[in-house]
Design a protein around this ligand. Structure first.
Ligand code: NCC
Length: 276
């Protein structure tokens, strides 16, 4: 097979990955019960049109980066799971527009999720690993983590905060493109929150700067900037095909290698600025 050009790769991502949130018209969520819980407005309506956006990975290499002001200069900032800003503003900024959380966090650490004020800022989006190209009903019956109860409890406590469920079909549409563009066979596990978040921002924004997803010169075995925990798998991946995700993002980077080295920064076009 012929290696796709960066532009062709961007077109594949734009045209084949359908980034959408579960909506009250999506069966089996089209019940009066679910209608009470799902947000009324679409994500697009809630955020409006966004210009420059930042995606902040949770990598240990953000520590001592002093990227905070640069990150906060964006119109919108996406963060992951339990990544804090309090006490880390200098390195990661303080703005949180969207927080993407996985279903494991919300169920295994349910009490913390319901209680910790960290989650009360911005728009929440939850995702759950679905079986390979499973139909939405099949996933609904057998989610990887049974997060629906925690979701409902959170919605009752914070009815004004937008909280979306990511339609699971996008993870395998994206995985297929990652596999097609890698030389090795990849384990069939969904992409990490990192790459899902990047794709979400590419659908909402004119331009997306991603920080410390491709590691800078500060690369470290410290897993997160907010914890003293060492594990190389955090950067390279174990369950998620993280290395392959990163190779793909490297190929579509419109920024410079110097920016990766010094800032761990990659610049990607929003899909509305990709012309196929
Ligand atoms: O660690 P996690 O990811 O929350 O990180 C968010 C995203 O940042 C990128 N990252 C992180 C660390 C690092 N050293 N390099 C990186 O590039 C990755 O793209 C990552 O997706 C997840 O993807 O949801 C993940 O979640 C954690 C964990 O569930 C949550 O932090 C909640 O506690 C997973 N860890 C474990 O299950 C132990 C992790 O595998 C994936």
């Amino acid at each position: 097979t012929v290696k796709l050009s960066p532009e062709q790769l961007l077109c594949q991502l734009r045209d084949r990955v359908n980034v959408s949130m579960i909506h009250g018209s999506d069966s089996p969520f089209n019940t009066s019960e679910w209608l009470r819980y799902l947000p009324e407005k679409s994500l697009n309506e809630t955020v409006g049109r966004l210009g420059r956006c930042a995606v902040v990975s949770s990598a240990g290499s953000l520590k001592s980066s002093r990227l905070g002001p640069e990150i906060d200069s964006h119109d919108a900032v996406l963060r992951f799971n339990g990544a804090p800003v309090k006490g880390f503003q200098e390195d990661v900024g303080q703005k949180t527009t969207i927080r993407l959380v996985n279903s494991q966090l919300v169920t295994v650490e349910q009490q913390q999720f319901l209680r910790d004020a960290l989650y009360n800022t911005g728009i929440l989006i939850i995702w759950d690993p679905a079986p390979y190209h499973a139909e939405i009903h099949e996933w609904y019956r057998k989610p990887d983590y049974k997060f629906f109860e925690a979701y409902k409890l959170y919605r009752v406590r914070h009815p004004e905060q937008p909280f979306y469920i990511l339609n699971p079909k996008m993870q395998w549409q994206l995985w297929d493109i990652i596999q097609e563009n890698s030389l090795e066979h990849i384990q069939p596990n969904p992409p990490s929150s990192g790459t899902l978040g990047i794709l979400i921002m590419m659908t909402l924004c004119d331009e997306v700067d991603v920080y410390e997803f491709l590691p800078s010169k500060r690369q470290t075995d410290i897993c997160h900037y907010y914890q003293k925990f060492h594990d190389r798998a955090c950067t390279m991946g174990a369950y998620h095909p993280l290395l392959f995700e990163k190779n793909l993002v490297k190929r579509i980077n419109r920024g410079t290698d110097e920016d990766i080295y010094t800032h761990g920064k990659v610049t990607l076009p929003g899909f509305r600025n990709v012309h196929c």
